[in-house]
Design a protein around this ligand. Structure first.
Ligand code: ADP
Length: 474
């Protein structure tokens, strides 16, 4: 049972329930029809006897009785004559009527169980039952009260089996109709279950296709609809889409990362091979080791950046946001970084007055740090860096501005891509991950990032935090 498809299981349960319902219905139909038919038989018995009462008349003499000239039956009784009309029904539809006196002496009519009921007491207007040869009979006695007929009784008799014909035709009809109904319901039920469960089958096929290494581009096509199964299929499609996107991101990241690591590795290996080829002078060893040292440092920076980047991407949810004094954070980062004084560059800032925002301290420090170190990296000798934090309408703006080499319009659309480095920085120490991390952190905080830059004049990066009263101010 466990291994059967759901539609078969549903059909089996449905069929079993229907069989029980149909059997109960069949028995109920039989029992009700039996009761109705028995009642009809008893009513017909009373009706037949009542009808026959009016067909008996008493006359004092035969001459008096003969007056009407009908073809009637005559029998002497109590010094006179009983005239039994030819409309008297001795037997009609299995109902027999016989005329008796109080001592059960037979006068007229028919009684199929006359011998067996000879001693059966007369009881006025009551239906009694008697069993003869395992057949049940209903007996209905009626005392006659018309003048001259006192002491006479009409006894009606009918077998209970009289209604058997009707019952067996009802039973036969039910035995044919109910199974047909069962087959139709089961077939209909099976087809509906199959149609309704089709989306589940589609989902299962798509999932197993993906599990067997099929492509994540596959989608469950079950047309339009708003029921639970359509919702489930849509959720699966959404899940496949996100999985596809994250696999694609991971695949690209792995390929980009290995590509980035290949260059320093190649330089290190070439240097090693060069110095191991033959004996080298101490200057040559020193030069080779310096190159190896530089490339190793570069690889270390790259690996650390990659780790930070993936950690941020994979565990974005685990970074908590808390109400922060942004002004104080900007001040503290700028104070630290102003000490770098690389290329004689001077960093100045205006951090506003206690601007509050709900953010993650570590990530914001990292973001601002990346922007400022880029400004140093791509700044001119004795240049300037300006960091500005301000609240404008319902936004908080963070600007990092420099008067450095700037970015060309061709590079501008790509600087936030992973591992992207503009031509002007190819020879530098950058890994191409700094700005993509900035973008990641900005979007984690629901912030936008903009950049304006003029080659040779400088660049200005702006982060726009949407300010919401209830969440961010305290
Ligand atoms: P990198 O590690 O190379 O600095 P980033 O992702 O931080 O990587 O920056 C990507 C590229 O954008 C840099 O290689 C550089 O060409 C350009 N860039 C970033 N910031 C600046 C800036 N302040 N001035 C000029 N160019 C910049």
């Amino acid at each position: 049972m466990k291994n059967l498809p759901i539609r078969v299981k549903i059909t089996i349960w449905f069929t079993a329930a229907l069989v029980v319902i149909i059997s109960i219905t069949y028995l109920a139909i039989l029992s009700v029809s039996r009761q109705v038919i028995q009642k009809t038989i008893r009513d017909s018995l009373i009706e037949a006897v009542s009808h026959n009462i009016d067909e008996i008349e008493y006359y004092k003499s035969i001459e008096e009785a003969n007056n009407n000239g009908d073809l009637d039956y005559y029998v002497s009784y109590n010094g006179g004559i009983l005239e039994i009309d030819d409309d008297f029904l001795d037997e009609v539809n299995g109902i027999f009527t016989a005329l008796y006196d109080s001592n059960i002496n037979f006068y007229y009519g028919e009684n199929p169980i006359a011998k067996e009921t000879m001693s059966y007491p007369l009881s006025d207007s009551v239906i009694q039952t008697v069993s003869v040869n395992s057949t049940l009979y209903y007996i209905f006695d009626k005392a006659l009260t018309q003048p001259g007929l006192e002491g006479l009784w009409l006894r009606g008799i009918v077998s209970e089996k009289q209604g058997e014909g009707e019952i067996s035709s009802i039973s036969r009809f039910s035995l044919i109709a109910l199974p047909i109904l069962l087959v139709l319901s089961v077939t209909g039920g099976y087809l509906i279950a199959k149609k309704m469960l089709r989306p589940i089958q589609e989902i299962s096929e798509a999932a197993s296709h993906i599990e067997k290494g099929g492509d994540l581009k596959k989608r469950i096509e079950i047309g339009n609809g708003k029921d639970e199964l359509h919702q489930l299929a849509n959720s699966f499609n959404e899940m496949f889409k996100r999985l596809d996107e994250s696999f694609e991101t991971e695949r690209r990241f792995t390929s980009d990362a290995s590509h980035e690591l290949r260059t320093p590795m190649a330089v290190i290996m070439a240097q090693c091979e060069f110095i191991l080829e033959k004996d080298r002078s101490p200057e040559e060893y020193k030069k080779a080791l310096t190159v190896i040292n530089r490339q190793s440092k570069r690889m270390t920076v790259l690996i650390n950046d990659m780790l930070d980047y993936t950690r941020m991407e994979m565990k974005a949810d685990s970074y908590e946001r808390q109400p922060l004094d942004l002004s104080q954070l900007v001040r503290s980062v700028c104070d630290d970084m102003a000490l770098i004084r690389d290329k004689g560059i001077i960093l100045s800032y205006d951090a506003g007055d206690s601007i509050q925002y709900c953010a993650n301290r570590y990530l914001l420090t990292r973001m601002l740090g990346n922007l400022i170190s880029n400004a140093y990296k791509y700044g001119k000798e004795n240049g300037h860096i300006l960091v500005l934090l301000e609240r404008k309408n319902d936004e908080i703006l963070l600007h990092v501005e420099d008067d450095g080499i700037g970015i060309s319009s061709e590079d501008l659309p790509h600087i936030f891509d992973r591992f992207y480095r503009a031509d002007n920085s190819r020879s530098g120490k950058g890994t191409g991950l700094g700005l993509s991390m900035v973008k990641q952190i900005a979007s984690f905080h629901g912030a936008d990032i903009e950049v304006e830059s003029t080659p040779g004049k400088g660049s200005r990066f702006t982060i726009r935090f949407a300010f919401t009263e209830e969440k961010d101010s305290r």
